[in-house]
Write a protein that binds this ligand. Structure first.
Ligand code: PLP
Length: 357
């Protein structure tokens, strides 16, 4: 009998599948999604367009209409965009394109887990540099680690998940200048900050790549990640992109949604003002220590993370329990929901600390 597992790559043998418990909850504040879907009217418009899809035909491999709509929304020329089935797919393309000569993939931790998982599954070395205690980066220490390790790729998520903190330009620029690596700035949460990220640096740094996504602003189901970089980088990444990676349903629905930019921006404004409100409310609870965030979630520490998580779950409210030995000990992460969801979350939280455990 042939044992196919004899041929298994050792790095796959040691990996565990990325299982996300898909838990149903009445109030879902665990996955950094937007609480808002499109209005009835926009849904009707999408349905009308979906009716015209030729299901027997492959998608437009260049996603031309979608790229045109994205160019307007992001203020990035259409020919400087490369799309992925979520930014997860783009992270895989980048590691495939640039890592492989032994330098490896470096990122500060804690951060988005897929950098490490995808690098490991592609057989690449991962180099994790712990953030400081308050989840900030210390430029000198980080640069020293870069020099010591000479990675091929550096990932910086800004704002970072799960901390919600940004890496300012004063950090990003020396990394671009001194690392000798391809630097991927993952701006998945940039829409919730008060600025437009580091797009303007693209003209000055040929080793800079910026990732964006539509997942956090109401289109998680469509799986649309966006990469922008210099034409020379785009040419190379394009070689590993799978030909029809963006399906026709997603291309069509996102093109319609992006035409309603006003509605999307209004939703984002509400989420940002709710984040400010919730942060201030959490700060007033003496048993909690919330970390300032410019994303659509807030990380907070407490002495009783598991019991609090269970208490909320019993009330039908699902947040993310990140409590584990290490820098995230005691940490829970709550995604900003709709105003009524945030109030319900807060009231159960207050109830827990007032003895209603
Ligand atoms: C920093 C960061 N980058 C990328 C992603 C993945 O985005 P996408 O849904 O486009 O794959 C996430 C999702 O949580 C994230 O937190």
């Amino acid at each position: 009998m042939i044992n196919p597992l004899e041929h298994l790559r050792p790095e796959i043998r040691t990996l565990a599948p990325y299982t996300l418990a898909h838990r149903e909850a009445r109030v879902k504040l665990d996955a950094n999604e937007s609480p808002y879907g499109p209005s009835e009217e926009i849904q009707r418009e999408i349905r009308a367009q979906l009716d015209d899809i030729e299901m027997n035909r492959y998608p437009d491999p260049d996603a031309t209409a979608l790229k045109t709509a994205l160019a307007g929304f992001l203020q990035i020329p259409a020919d400087r965009l490369l799309l992925g089935n979520g930014s997860d797919e783009l992270i895989g393309y980048l590691i495939t394109t640039f890592a492989g000569k032994g330098g490896g993939v470096l990122y500060p931790t804690p951060t988005f887990s897929m950098y490490g998982i995808i690098a490991a599954s592609l057989g690449q070395k991962t180099i994790e540099i712990p953030l400081e205690e308050d989840f900030q980066i210390m430029t000198d220490r980080f640069l020293a680690a870069l020099r010591k390790n000479s990675p091929e790729i550096v990932f910086l998520a800004s704002p970072n998940n799960p901390t919600g903190r940004e890496f300012p330009e004063e950090v990003v620029i020396p990394v671009l200048e001194e690392s000798g690596a391809v630097v991927v700035l993952d701006e998945a949460y940039i829409d919730f900050t008060d600025h437009n990220g580091c797009l303007r640096l693209l003209d000055h740094y040929p080793n800079l790549i910026i990732l964006r996504t539509l997942s956090k602003i109401g289109m998680a189901a469509l799986r649309l990640g966006i990469l922008t970089a210099s034409p020379q980088i785009l040419r190379e990444v394009e070689k590993v992109r799978l030909p029809y990676n963006i399906n026709t349903f997603s291309q069509t629905a996102a093109t319609v949604l992006l035409r309603h930019e006003g509605a999307l921006r209004e939703q984002i404004r509400t989420i940002v003002s709710e984040r400010e409100w919730l942060f201030s409310a959490l700060s007033k609870i003496p048993q909690l220590c919330p970390i300032p965030s410019t994303a659509n979630f807030i990380l907070f520490r407490t002495d009783e993370p598991d019991r609090l998580f269970g208490h909320l779950l019993n009330a039908g409210i699902l947040i993310r329990n990140l409590n584990a030995p290490g820098p995230l000990a005691g940490c829970l992460r709550v995604t900003i929901g709709a105003p009524e969801e945030n109030r319900e979350f807060l009231s159960h939280l207050q109830n827990f600390f007032q003895g209603g455990k």
